[in-house]
Write a protein that binds this ligand. Structure first.
Ligand SMILES: [Fe+2]
Ligand SMILES: [Fe+2]
Length: 254
């Protein structure tokens, strides 16, 4: 993927796409690349008390994204992007959330009586699980079918559902932040059981995948849809490739 040179004032979301390893660092540093992805890195660093130059060095220390890699979501049409999200991130959540709920229930049953942090973790995770199930249903049954019609030049009424999804992404991000704080960054206590360790490892992986998922919707797909709708309403055809373009063939690959 061709990258323009990044600077400390580049949008924080652009680091995610240029340097895949930056995602883990952004999560660890609590830099909100999902909800505030269009803000300059140095501005977010200033608010968090982080040194922008050092942070930039850390974010760009890994390998750059290569041509045609999984990060090249911009190559997909709107329909291709939606199909990709359902086949990868949505499928992953539908498999992982019930699995983690089972482990969470077992850990909470064993530990919650003497561990208020575990009890709170159980409440936050169970709430997130329920909200994500409802969120995925709304995207797959309401928003994504409407987005598919944008490629054919129609303007479905989707501003309200887009805004609802953005609000739900914010709530999911806050739940992830609370879980990370409750578990001290998913660090297992020395006496943690096998189940407890598996839970923390699974929750950390869930956060990584869900933040990347929200980033792709908030910072790539939704802005594209907002501007496409504006262009169609203004009478200008959307400048996207037709469906079934060669790039769509990658939809669904992990
Ligand atoms: Fe989604
Ligand atoms: Fe979403």
């Amino acid at each position: 993927m061709t990258q323009t040179a990044l600077t400390e004032s580049s949008a924080v979301s652009s680091f995610v796409e240029a340097y895949p390893a930056a995602v883990a660092a952004l999560i660890r540093l609590d830099i909100d690349f999902c909800g505030q992805g269009d803000r300059p890195l140095n501005s977010l660093c200033a608010e968090l008390g982080l040194d922008a130059a050092a942070t930039m060095r850390e974010l760009t220390s890994g390998d750059e994204a290569g041509e045609g890699t999984e990060n090249d979501w911009h190559a997909l049409s709107n329909t291709g992007m939606v199909d990709y999200l359902v086949a990868t991130h949505h499928r992953h959540l539908k498999r992982e959330l019930p699995r983690l709920q089972g482990i969470m229930d077992a850990v909470a049953h064993a530990l919650a009586a003497g561990h208020p942090d575990v009890r709170e973790l159980d409440l936050v995770f169970s709430g997130l699980h329920k909200e994500i199930n409802e969120h995925l249903y709304k995207e797959e049954e309401i928003l994504f079918p409407a987005i598919r019609t944008v490629d054919s030049g129609r303007v479905p009424p989707m501003r309200a559902p887009l805004l609802v999804m953005l609000e739900e992404h914010y709530h999911a991000s806050e739940a992830l932040r609370r879980m990370r704080r409750l578990t001290a960054g998913y660090a297992p206590p020395p006496d943690a059981s096998r189940h407890h360790r598996a839970l923390l490892k699974g929750l950390e992986a869930l956060e990584y995948d869900l933040r990347l998922h929200i980033h792709k919707e908030n910072n790539v797909l939704f802005p594209r849809i907002f501007s496409a709708v504006e262009r169609i309403e203004a009478g200008t055809p959307p400048p996207y490739r037709p469906q079934n373009s060669p790039a769509d063939s990658s939809a669904g690959s992990p």
